[in-house]
Write a new protein. Structure first.
Length: 558
């Protein structure tokens, strides 16, 4: 976010700035810099600067590495790292980078191009990478300097709304928020001249932000709530048989095969992730033995975990380079599969979230002391998909007691509780002004979903409250969690496809003077009568409050 015609950018080799140059960037826009990294020694030597860097801090930047033994060149101004070029067992070639991660192929404020074919060794790395094979340890010899080209262009026009800066430069509109990732808005740049009204420009941007929030579930990754990201990968349905395959008589010409609606990008990511997941399960404690239903991997986590995150979730890694504080994996057919992640400064998943991730039980189906249910359980979790709930519960109890020093009893009991009973036939009708159909790009298919809004008194576009996509029972689970009451389904006709839901609540921080008003708004957003009335408008389902015996998971100290 430059605020002057000139800016000093320090360029350093590695974390401790052993080799540093200062480059002055100005309106002219381009500077060429070369670094001689040899230092009179070979890269394989333990005395070489590249071998002495601390990768743990370098990996908190945007550019994803692929293996654990890395060093880096940092490009940064006084308070911001703009670029990190990683050095591992090989150097990537043709690497380019933009400060705006979503617009690598468009103009942007910062852009770096690296010609980094700098090392040679005993192993032909490029062919191994193309084949998806792991790169073996190699002794490398440095061959030449690495030229790095800078392009710097200050924004021509910016607008600040509620503390967030909007860069309206060169036919693109970017939001540079006070916190969070820089992103491009999907809108045409506003035409601005001496007669333009700032209110008009701001109104267009805010309208685009609202539309962007409503279309978040049309991206490649499934939408997620504000805390946890689900990474489920769907397999395609089995192809219909060709009607002419088994016919011994003349038959009509075979139909054209259905268009492939999968994503080549996601397939490449899946292929690149597979050997890393195998390594995690075989060598780093993420695999389950035949007798295990659930397993916990305690922090500190192995380096391969971050490698997996960066390879399998590149967009997420650019937005949240620190990586997840907790991950959940599923063990299916003796293979590891990532299911969800949680982010932020919390100590991994809370106990309630672990029950949800491992047992599929939402908070409205759990009872216990609040401080116990909200307690963080640091670590990653692996659960066997076909394990009985009783086995998961028994082994989870042992993990809580033996590994986390929590002497608790977990027990399902059938007790009478107030519930909402859902009845009638599901018939989807979108709200006026809302898109009815969502589109979700998965690895091997593209699916259409019904877009349902979960809200109380009013819609809150761009609220940051999150949402999700899933089957009908998962939707009812989220809905019950939102109103803090179990929902029992007696629906006579269920939806024929998945549902995408968006939660509406003002989740942003408010000024202390509005704290009471904010709390009142929160109660209205979760009010069961208001919420279920709005769900009825969209789904034709009817909800009746009754008292019924239902299974509840009790969590008690022993």
């Amino acid at each position: 976010r430059p605020d002057a015609d000139r800016q000093q950018v320090e360029v350093s080799l590695g974390n401790d700035r052993q080799t540093m140059k200062t480059v002055e960037l100005n309106q002219a826009g381009a500077t060429h810099v070369e670094f001689d990294l040899t230092d009179g020694t070979e890269i394989s030597s333990g005395t070489h600067p590249l071998r002495k860097q601390i990768f743990q801090s370098a990996r908190r930047t945007r550019s994803p590495p692929t293996r654990s033994d890395h060093s880096a060149i940092w490009f940064h101004s006084a308070d911001h790292v703009h670029f990190v070029l990683y050095h591992a067992g090989f150097l990537q070639t043709g690497l380019s980078y933009s400060e705006y991660a979503d617009t690598r192929h468009s103009s942007a404020l910062w852009k770096f191009n690296g010609n980094v074919n700098a090392l040679s060794g005993r192993h032909i790395v490029d062919s191994a990478i193309q084949a998806g094979e792991p790169v073996q340890d190699v002794e490398w010899t440095h061959k030449r300097a690495i030229p790095i080209r800078f392009e710097y262009r200050p924004p021509e026009l910016t607008l600040t709304i509620d503390g967030d800066q909007f860069d309206l430069t060169s036919g693109r509109v970017f939001v540079i928020p006070v916190e969070g990732a820089i992103r491009q808005l999907d809108m045409d740049p506003p035409s601005v001249d001496e007669h333009s009204s700032i209110d008009q420009v701001a109104s267009r941007i805010q309208k685009s932000l609202s539309e962007s929030a409503e279309s978040q579930d049309e991206r490649e990754d499934p939408p997620h709530d504000a805390r946890n990201s689900t990474t489920e990968e769907k397999e395609p349905d089995q192809d219909e048989p060709n009607p002419g395959d088994e016919s011994t008589t003349a038959s009509p010409p075979a139909e054209e095969p259905a268009a492939d609606t999968g994503s080549e990008l996601l397939r490449r990511i899946r292929a690149a992730s597979a050997p890393v997941l195998a390594d995690m399960s075989e060598n780093h404690g993420y695999g389950l033995k035949p007798s295990q239903a659930v397993q916990r991997v305690a922090p500190p986590f192995p380096d391969v975990r971050m490698d997996y995150y960066l390879i399998s979730h590149p967009s997420q890694a650019e937005a949240i380079p620190d990586g997840p504080s907790g991950m959940v994996f599923r063990w299916e057919n003796d293979k590891l599969r990532n299911w969800s992640m949680t982010f932020g400064g919390r100590d991994g998943y809370s106990m309630t979230e672990v029950f949800d991730a491992l047992l599929g039980i939402k908070s409205q189906e759990i009872e216990g002391e609040a401080d116990l249910l909200n307690q963080g359980l640091p670590g990653d979790w692996i659960v066997r998909t076909d394990a009985a709930k009783e086995d998961v519960l028994e082994q989870l109890t042992s993990i809580l007691r033996d590994e986390l020093n929590l002497n608790v009893r977990l027990e399902f009991r059938t007790v009478k509780r107030d519930v909402y009973v859902a009845t009638d036939r599901y018939e989807f009708t979108p709200l006026a002004g809302q898109k009815g159909e969502g589109e979700l790009q998965l690895t091997d298919e593209k699916i259409q979903t019904d877009r349902v809004q979960i809200f109380g008194k009013e819609l809150k576009p761009n609220s940051g409250a999150g949402g999700g996509t899933g089957e009908f029972d998962e939707f009812l689970g989220w809905l019950g969690r939102w109103i803090d009451a179990p929902i029992v389904s007696e629906v006579t006709e269920r939806p024929s496809r998945q549902i995408s839901w968006r939660l509406h609540e003002n989740s942003f921080k408010t000024h202390p003077s509005r704290r009471d008003a904010h709390e009142a708004e929160r109660r209205e957003a979760h009010d069961a009568d208001l919420v279920l009335k709005n769900i009825t408008k969209q789904t034709n389902l009817r909800f009746t409050k009754e008292t019924r015996p239902i299974p509840i998971l009790f969590v008690e100290r022993r």
